[in-house]
Design a protein around this ligand. Structure first.
Ligand SMILES: [Zn+2]
Length: 409
């Protein structure tokens, strides 16, 4: 109790210099409000503090339930709330120096809302509470953050229970809270009528991608907490949209598309891990994504419809959150491959790949190497290399799920 009182005193001091938090969200329309009648309304929010400590204050019209999570890579705090409509005015975003870099909020699933604080430093949550301030007719959520050593931060992250990465936006297709296994969908590129790229020695990309995916599945299946599915298990054509739909229908927790393309520049070799970005990190990545997005044409289908530009802030919120996880997976893959599997220069790249666009689960596209390079082709064809690389990639996937698997034990 004493600590709460003393922080309140500090908070009073800080009130003079408080920073109110702006919003990038629009107020809910009246129609949405009707649909959210059961929801609490968050009508005020601010962050006060400096680069050592910060306090988040959110006021609701009625009581909410909440859970807090501390996440690494990037450092974030997630506050999951029972259904909440956010009616925060759109003042310019002004944040405390140092600790909190960004503040986002929105619905995440039916009956579930979320606040995301992006942090500039390693912190721990010192206190949190929800109090009924009857005199002011409000329920006030307080969250106190304080900077911490990297070790203390890592320990606190490990203790954080699993946050559900998959956030169904519409379907009631929800996994139980006590999720004990995670679904990894492997997507061997091309197949059937679509052979993909061809190597100097005529090796077809579709053969390499399927072979590698099978080794990766075998390696991952040693972990009983991972359920591994493949968008194709044999030499058949699967359209780009069916690949993504397969992952959605199976409630994927992670989607990995596997390729081994070719380039005009025959000297370029090594593995690359791609995540989604609309602009693309470089020319090579942009042209690769363009080529891949046209894969359906090979089979006589029309191009998949590109999703309309995201204007819905709730989808955008989910997307950004998922994107952070995708980048986390990519980083782990590159880290594991370093010095063990040849990598391209700047092996973490991004481009506008159609198959990476699902907002529900993190997705990466692994380019094993380039068939246009003679040495790469020779390696990728060999069982020995495929087994070894599959083992290394499976280690990075396990590392990605590890914190959440451990917290479930
Ligand atoms: Zn390909």
């Amino acid at each position: 109790m004493r600590s709460i009182v003393s922080v309140l005193v500090i908070a009073n001091f800080l009130l003079a210099a408080f920073f109110s938090v702006g919003s990038w969200a629009q107020n809910a329309t009246s129609q949405e409000k009707t649909a959210q009648e059961g929801a609490a309304i968050a009508f005020a929010a601010r962050v006060v503090g400096d680069d050592k400590r910060a306090r988040l204050i959110v006021d609701f019209d009625k009581a909410v339930t909440y859970d807090t999570y501390l996440l690494a890579d990037p450092q974030r705090i997630i506050i999951d709330l029972s259904q909440t409509a956010f009616s925060l005015d759109g003042e310019a975003k002004r944040l405390p120096t140092g600790l909190v870099r960004d503040f986002r909020y929105g619905a995440i699933a039916p009956g579930q809302s979320r606040i995301v604080l992006e942090l500039a430093k390693d912190v721990v949550i010192e206190n949190h509470s929800l109090r009924n301030v009857t005199s002011e007719n409000r329920h006030r959520l307080l969250l106190d953050l304080v900077t911490a050593s990297a070790e203390k931060f890592a320990a606190a992250v490990r203790k954080t229970p699993a946050v559900k990465v998959r956030k169904p936006l519409s379907s009631g297709n929800k996994k139980p809270e006590d999720q004990k296994t995670f679904t990894v969908v492997l997507d061997p590129g091309h197949g059937g009528i679509d052979g993909g790229a061809a190597g100097a020695g005529k090796t077809a990309e579709k053969v390499i991608t399927l072979g590698f995916a099978k080794y990766l599945k075998a390696s991952l299946s040693n972990n009983h907490k991972l359920k591994v599915l493949m968008t194709r298990e044999d030499d058949r054509f699967v359209s780009l949209s069916d690949r993504v739909a397969f992952a959605k229908n199976n409630n994927a927790d992670l989607f990995i598309s596997i390729h081994a393309d070719s380039l005009r520049q025959k000297n370029i070799r090594g593995a690359t891990v791609y995540t989604l970005s609309e602009e693309g990190s470089d020319t090579l990545s942009r042209s690769l994504a363009q080529k891949q997005n046209r894969a359906d044409l090979v089979a006589g289908l029309s191009l998949p419809k590109t999703q309309p530009k995201v204007t819905d802030i709730l989808i955008d919120l989910t997307r950004r959150e998922t994107q952070a996880f995708s980048v986390g997976v990519a980083r782990l893959m590159v880290r594991q491959m370093k010095d063990r599997v040849r990598l391209i220069q700047n092996p973490m790249r991004s481009a506008d790949f159609y198959v990476l666009k699902a907002p529900e689960f993190p997705s990466v596209l692994l380019e094993l190497g380039y068939l246009s390079n003679v040495e790469d082709e020779k390696l990728m064809k060999s069982q020995e290399w495929q087994t070894k690389a599959a083992k290394i990639i499976s280690e990075s996937i396990e590392a990605f799920f590890k914190p959440r698997l451990e917290s479930k034990q």
